[in-house]
Structure formats: structure tokens, C-alpha cells
Design a protein around this ligand. Sequence first.
Ligand code: ADP
Ligand code: ZN
Length: 429
Amino acid sequence: MFQEKEQFLSRNEIEQVQLEKLKKQVKHAYDNVPMYKRKFDDLGLRPEDIKTLKDVAKVPFTVKNDLRDHYPYGILAVPLDEVNRIHASSGTTGVPTVVSYTEQDLNTWSDLMARCYSCAGADDRDIIQNAYGYGLFTGGLGFHMGAERLRAMVVPTATGNTKRQIRMMKDMKTTVLCCTPSYALYLIEALEEEGVDPEELSIKIGMFGAEPWSDETRKHIEKSLHIKAQDLYGMSELYGPGVAVECPEQDGLHIWTDEFLVETIDPDTGDVLPEGEKGEIVFTMLTRQAMPLLRYRTRDLAVINWEKCKCGRSHPRIMRIKGRTDDMLIVGGVNVFPSQIEDILVGIEELGEQFQIILETAKLDHLYVQVEVSPQFWGKVDLSELSAKVGKSLQESLTLRARVELLEPGTIPRTQGKAKKVIDKRKVI
Ligand code: ADP
Ligand code: ZN
């Protein structure tokens, strides 16, 4: 097993490592990131005040907007020439969230991802096909580096080109498939269309993450592909994928708590909740050099279970993500905020103010935007040209293809209360 010792640390050992690292990390953040120095000084808090693990509750939170407000390099805790790579995820208002890594950070991330593969049941003999997107998105390179660190073999197919994915799977005798759960569902249909019997494939494990999926979906995927479908969680602010992963027990995702100190808070008051209560998950990165995020609010709601797992690991488990505290939508693994869509539509003068976002599953998750044309332009503009223009703007900004339907002014039902801008019709299999 990869990093077996770290995977099987006892709770005592975890807490010892955490406290040692936490003290150093708080000092690193305070000394090198002006934002943290300011936040601490405002509270009259000094790094030396953090003496026990419980003291972390005194540390101010970090939120996604802190990253945007300090775009692009404002949260760096090392000189720019020590940064080896950046990644970015699309932002709500056009400002991307940029994250940076030193050589040591990339090394730690690779280890964490290799640990995830190992915990999920893969090893160095596996042939790992990586169908996550390569590029600014952390999925592709994260899964890639982890597979190499595991000393397995990688088939870096990236997203799309389903026929070639299937061909590679067959010809390379892929044993581990990495992609979003929605893409796995799509692949199942595509295999059927191509007349490929999943029995002909060698896949035994799927590493599916980046978006929420249900137990029903898991059963469907496992039955259709004859594999074990493992859930994996992460986010770009916390390196990327690799924060937590399921073991073969499939009873929650083990968080690698020797690297990530985890808390659950009440999203309204910010108070730390007792163990086992559902709340917003907050992480402190214990060794990240370039961007030492302290108490990062994920907006993800979940329950964390600290009971020792049947597999023997003491790292606590996220018992599935139960939703978010904000309105972020995840469409085929891509994060989309309704406000982002609104910003784009408002910028197109021929459009009216009323719009609806409809999410549907047609093979892959689909974004479908209905928007009214502005009364001044109705009957005067070429509708197919206008809808192509809207579609192009959405695609450029969201990196997501959307189906656009233009409506006559007054078509979308008006409500007295809060308009229902998002209609989620996605079926859960
Ligand atoms: P990712 O590369 O994982 O998509 P992003 O930073 O783009 O990273 O998005 C992170 C968000 O994606 C998380 O805060 C969470 O809401 C969602 N997410 C990631 N993995 C999972 C998962 N396994 N289950 C549910 N939601 C997930
Ligand atoms: Zn386990």
C-alpha cells in the first residue's frame, strides 16, 4: 500500500501530527500573507496563542471571496519564483479563483492522490485511464500525478472523444477508470451503442468525483460496468482532488487529516459543531506552502464521522455531501453559479431581464437556458443569430455548452415572491 503508515495512523497519532503542523502553519501564514496578518491583528490574535487543536476555533475563516479579492497572487506565502504551477477554476463574476503550488506542494498533492488510489484498492500494477479534463482544472493533472506517483501506468485520455475512450479502454486493458460520475453514466450508454459488452473490458475500479452523486447511481454504474465505483472528494483551493476518498467499505470518504484539519461549523453563526453533527465543512491545510489556507469554508454541507472504519483506518469520514450553503450548481463536474449566467445575459442588450436555467439529463448533464428577448428587439432581430451569440458567450465564460431558447417577452411566468430561476430536472438513476 502507498503510504500505508499515513493511511493507518491512529487518532492519537493524527492529533499529534496535526498540532505540530498547525502551530507551524499558522505562523507561516501570519508571517508571510498580509491578509492573514491583518485578520489576526484585527482580532488581537497571535500565532503563539494557538497551543491546542481546539484553539483553531480562534483563527479567522477564509472564504472563496478572499481568493478573488486578492487575485491573482495576493495570498501567496512564498516568492513568486518558488511557485511551480497554478490552477484556476471559473469564478462567479468573471474573476477566476487562482491557486498556486510550490514544488513541495505538488509533491504533497501527488502523495495524497496516490494514497487515494491505494485506499480505493488500486496499486502499481494498474492501468489507469484518466478521463478528467487536463488544463487549468485540477482534475486532470491531479489524477495524473497521483497515478504516476503510485507507479501505475497512466492512459491520459482527458475528456471527450468517447469512441476513442472506449477503444483505449479495450486495447490498453484499462483497469481503473477516472472520470466524473455523469461521464461514467454516459459511457455506459455509449458502450451499448457501440455494441461493446462491459465483460470485454478489464476495468475493476472507478474513481468518480468532482460532483455529487447518489447511491442509486453508484449501484447502476457498478452493475452496468461490473466494477467497484469509488467516490473521491476535493476542490481546487485544497490542492484539487485528493482530500478524501472511499475505502472498499464504501461507508464514507476518509479525509487525510494528517494534511487537512477538518471542522464542521454552523453556517449561520460560524460556531464549531460537536462531532457527528451536520454542518458546513471547514478545512485548514496543514502543510501547504504557497497558499496556506486556514479554516477554509467549503460551503459543502455534510456529516463527519470519527468512528473507526471497518477497514481499520481512523481518518474520519465524510458521510456524503448533503448539499451546499450557496446556490452553486455542478453541471457535469463544472461549477456554475446562477449569478454568472445572469451577468452574461445582462451584458447582451437584445435580451430582456427574465430568464430560467433548466438542468436536464440528456446523455450528459445539460444546461438549458431560456431567456426572453427584450421588447424593443422582439421581431427585429434574427433569433437564430441571437441564440448562437448567447450560446457562444455562455460557452466562453462557463466552459460549458448550453442550449439556448429565446422567448417572446412576457412568456416566463412572473411571481410575486422570489423567482425560481433554476429548475433541476436531472434524473437520479
Ligand atoms: P473539483 O475539481 O473537485 O470539481 P472544484 O474546486 O471545481 O473542484 O469544485 C469543488 C466542489 O465540487 C466541492 O466544493 C464540492 O461541492 C464539489 N465536489 C467535489 N467532489 C465531490 C464529491 N465527491 N461529491 C460531492 N461534491 C463534490
Ligand atoms: Zn474505511
